[in-house]
Design a protein around this ligand. Structure first.
Ligand code: DC
Length: 234
């Protein structure tokens, strides 16, 4: 008997540390990690650069028309052992994490044509399984048959505090209030949009990490993943 590779879908609210745990898990299991938020962020950056979206305007149709010209790929960073996102061949891994991009990304992610394009690409990435993918609709839309689904959450205050520290460490000039506002606003848009709103899949395991250290959370989730993998033998 041999363990079979599985698909691990991790969804949840913004800034719940989904990507941290997904990366740890992928490393421990020798799986591929895919950050789908990075893909929506890269499309947002494209739209911002083209001025399709800014503080005052949002030209959804123009972005939809340009979708065939947007190519999102991943490239391995051997030093970090992690894939980084490329927008039309340019590595945009860092620039897509700024608050400026975070401010627009939920609007971009609400566009059905954008979602369709990215979901198709994500499904192709999972054909061989052995993948940990994080996002908002992985367990509900991208891989409804994933062998393991996790849904991560924490209070908005806890999440904003973590994101604020992270942005400050990266040298961004932000206030805690602005970060909290962005977290609450994104939760609202992500959960109320018509297409693939953020929600917990019925069969997802809920993880509230408000009071868990990173190590505690990782130990707990790794145990869950190992059990799920051992249940999928060939
Ligand atoms: O995980 P993140 O914060 O980098 O995601 C950025 C935005 O993209 C988030 O506001 C919601 C959206 N998103 C989505 O709609 N579906 C996904 N699978 C991943 C992200």
């Amino acid at each position: 008997m041999k363990d079979k590779n599985i698909i691990i879908a991790i969804d949840g609210h913004s800034s719940t540390g989904k990507s941290t745990v997904a990366k740890q898990l992928a490393k421990a299991l020798g799986y591929i990690y895919v950050d789908t938020g990075a893909m929506y962020r890269a499309v947002s950056l494209y739209a911002m650069r083209k001025n399709f979206i800014n503080e005052f305007t949002f030209d959804k149709e123009a972005l939809e028309q340009d979708l065939p010209a947007i190519n999102i790929t991943f490239e391995m960073n051997p030093e970090k052992g992690l894939a980084e996102v490329l927008l039309n061949g340019e590595n945009v891994e860092h620039i897509i994490r700024t608050l400026a991009v975070s401010k627009h990304v939920s609007k971009i992610a609400a566009i059905s044509k954008v979602r369709k394009k990215l979901v198709e690409q994500q499904q192709k990435m999972g054909v061989n399984k052995g993948i940990v993918m994080d996002g908002r609709d992985i367990g509900t839309v991208v891989f409804p048959d994933a062998e393991l689904k996790l849904f991560m959450t924490a209070t908005a205050k806890d999440r904003a505090e973590r994101r604020f520290i992270e942005l400050k460490e990266r040298g961004e000039d932000v206030t805690y209030e602005a970060v909290l506002k962005n977290v609450v606003n994104r939760d609202h848009i992500d959960s109320t949009r018509k297409d693939s709103p953020l929600r917990k899949a019925e069969d997802a395991i809920k993880i509230d990490n408000s009071n868990l250290t990173l190590q505690e959370q990782f130990d707990h989730i790794l145990q869950i993943a190992k059990t799920a993998i051992s249940e999928n033998v060939v």
